[in-house]
Design a protein around this ligand. Structure first.
Ligand SMILES: [Zn+2]
Length: 212
């Protein structure tokens, strides 16, 4: 049966998004203590477990496949691998900073850098999954190619969508048809006042300080 995402998002996505939003507001207000408290509460292990279920080893019941896709790679020629920064930001804004598959609210990757700049302990940032903040890492959004790049997909806006961590990393190089996931372009994105915490970006600038 066709579906919109590998698995429906668990309630911890919304909980983490709310807490991270509060953390962002506290940080902007210069209240590091309360910001840190919200970050600790948003560090929800079930999100890591959920992400591993989807982005970990291949499971027939989740991926509808039993092995990696086999295909002849489409030559790269002059195709850029990823859209530019401004093109990516336009996609996030078009999609309301939500995963177009599971519809979870995402956060921009710059938000993690900003939190970690002020509160490295509470915003745990690492290349090692266990040492990386479970909430922020799972909710961090990225640009996904509907037709994978390796299979000829380009950077036209119609081929690009916002995806949360599990939806992005679970699909590997399979096509949507191969994993029996619907084309999310069939549904209008949900656009409201959610900004993916992009309001934190000015705090990431070197010159920024709370006393300025
Ligand atoms: Zn998702």
């Amino acid at each position: 049966m066709i579906r919109r995402s590998f698995l429906p998002a668990i309630p911890e996505f919304e909980k983490a998004a709310d807490l991270l939003s509060q953390a962002a507001d506290f940080l902007i207000a210069g209240d590091l203590e309360n910001c840190g408290e919200c970050l600790v509460q948003a560090d929800l292990r079930p999100l890591r477990e959920f992400a591993f279920l989807i982005a970990g080893p291949i499971k027939l019941e989740i991926h509808r496949q039993s092995k990696n896709p086999v295909f002849d790679p489409v030559p790269k020629e002059n195709r850029p691998r990823m859209p530019s920064l401004s093109e990516s930001r336009a996609i996030f804004a078009r999609d309301g900073y939500r995963c177009r598959f599971c519809q979870s609210r995402i956060v921009v990757k710059e938000a993690h850098k900003v939190f970690a700049k002020f509160l490295p302990e509470q915003a745990r940032k690492s290349r090692i999954n266990e040492d990386n903040h479970f909430g922020i890492s799972t909710l961090t959004g990225s640009i996904d190619h509907l037709l994978p790049y390796s299979r000829g997909g380009g950077n036209e806006p119609e081929n690009l969508v916002t995806a949360c961590g599990p939806c992005q990393f679970g699909r590997n190089q399979w096509t949507l048809e191969e994993v029996q996931i619907e084309n999310p372009m069939k549904y209008e994105p949900i656009v409201d006042d959610w900004d993916g915490l992009s309001r934190l970006m000015p705090l990431g600038r070197k010159s920024f300080s709370f006393t300025a």
